[in-house]
Design a protein around this ligand. Structure first.
Ligand code: ADP
Ligand code: MG
Length: 264
C-alpha cells in the first residue's frame, strides 16, 4: 500500500478508536487473505479483533477498580478438596443470574476453606459479564463509613458503595466491629436493597450476627433485607492451606485442629 494511504487509514482508525485494527492491520489482512475470506467475512474478522481488545481492556480496568485482594478464578478452585460444596451450585451462581436479579449471596464457613477465593472468582465472572464489582473487607467498610459520618460525608460514601452492581463484603465477623457498625451496615444494605447484589463472606452463621453487630435488633433488620432474595453457601471442613501442608508432611494431622483453632 502507498504510504500516504496507509497514513490516512491509520489516522481514520485512530479517530474511530479502532486501535486493535490499526495496530494489527497488516497481520489481520494477511490472515484474512490466507484464509480466503470474503470481503464481508474480513469485516467481521476485523470487528472481532477490535471487540476482543476492547473487552480485554474493559475487564482489566474493571478488575483494578474492583480492588480484589488477590486474583483467583473459579477454574482454580479444587472442588474435590471441598466435598461440602456442590459444584453445580457454584456453576449456577457463575451464570450471574442472581446478580441480574439483585439477590444476596452469603458464603459462610471456617477460615481457609475458600470463601474469599469463591467471592473473587464469582466477582471476576460478574466483571466478564459486564457487571461492576467492588470488593471490601467488612472492617474497612465500617471504618470508611464511620469516618464519613464524622466528616459529614456519609451520604456521599453510601452512594459510592451503592453504585457497583455487585458489592463483596469480605470477612464479616472476624474482627469486632464498633458500636455503630450495625446501623451503618443497615443503612448500606437498605440503600442497595433490590438495586444491586451483595456477597458477604463470614466465619459466623447468621444466628450469630446479633453478636457480630452487638445488637440483635439491627442484625435482624439487616438479615430481613438480605435474606429476602438470597442464596447461601455453607462450606465445612479443613482449611485448604493446612490440608496442603499436611499432605506435604509439613504438619501432622493432630496439629491441624490446633492451627485451625488458633487462626479463628
Ligand atoms: P477463607 O475461607 O478464609 O476466605 P481463602 O478463600 O482465602 O479462605 O483460601 C485460602 C487460600 O487457599 C487461598 O489462597 C485460596 O486460593 C486457597 N484455596 C482454598 N480453598 C481452595 C480450593 N478448594 N481449591 C483451590 N484453592 C483453594
Ligand atoms: Mg477470606
Amino acid at each position: 500500500m502507498v504510504s500516504a494511504e496507509t497514513d490516512e487509514l491509520t489516522q481514520m482508525l485512530t479517530r474511530l478508536k479502532l486501535t486493535a485494527i490499526r495496530d494489527q492491520l497488516d497481520a489481520l489482512l494477511d490472515e484474512a487473505a490466507r484464509r480466503q475470506m470474503s470481503l464481508r467475512e474480513t469485516v467481521v474478522f476485523l470487528c472481532e479483533a477490535e471487540i476482543a481488545r476492547k473487552d480485554e481492556r474493559r475487564v482489566h480496568m474493571a478488575q483494578s477498580l474492583a480492588k480484589f485482594p488477590y486474583l483467583r478464578t473459579l477454574d482454580d478452585f479444587e472442588f474435590d478438596a471441598q466435598p461440602s460444596l456442590d459444584p453445580r451450585q457454584i456453576r449456577d451462581l457463575a451464570t450471574c443470574r442472581w446478580i441480574a436479579n439483585g439477590d444476596a449471596l452469603l458464603v459462610q464457613g471456617p477460615p481457609g476453606v475458600g470463601k474469599t477465593h469463591l467471592a473473587v472468582g464469582l466477582g471476576r465472572e460478574a466483571i466478564r459479564r459486564g457487571y461492576s464489582v467492588l470488593f471490601i473487607s467488612a472492617s474497612s467498610l465500617v471504618t470508611v463509613l464511620s469516618k464519613a459520618q464524622v466528616d459529614g460525608r456519609l451520604e456521599e460514601r453510601l452512594t459510592h458503595f451503592a453504585k457497583p452492581k455487585l458489592l463483596i463484603v469480605d470477612e464479616l465477623g472476624y474482627l469486632p466491629l464498633e458500636t455503630h457498625a450495625g446501623h451503618l451496615f443497615f443503612m448500606l444494605v437498605s440503600r442497595r436493597y433490590e438495586r444491586g447484589s451483595i456477597l458477604i463472606t463470614s466465619n459466623r452463621s447468621v444466628s450469630e450476627w446479633g453478636s457480630i453487630f452487638n445488637d440483635s435488633l439491627v442484625a435482624t433488620a439487616i438479615l430481613d433485607r438480605l435474606l429476602h432474595h438470597s442464596h447461601v453457601i455453607t462450606i465445612r471442613g479443613d482449611s485448604y492451606r493446612l490440608r496442603e501442608k499436611r499432605r506435604s508432611g509439613l504438619i501432622k494431622p493432630s496439629q491441624v485442629v490446633t492451627d485451625a483453632q488458633a487462626s479463628v
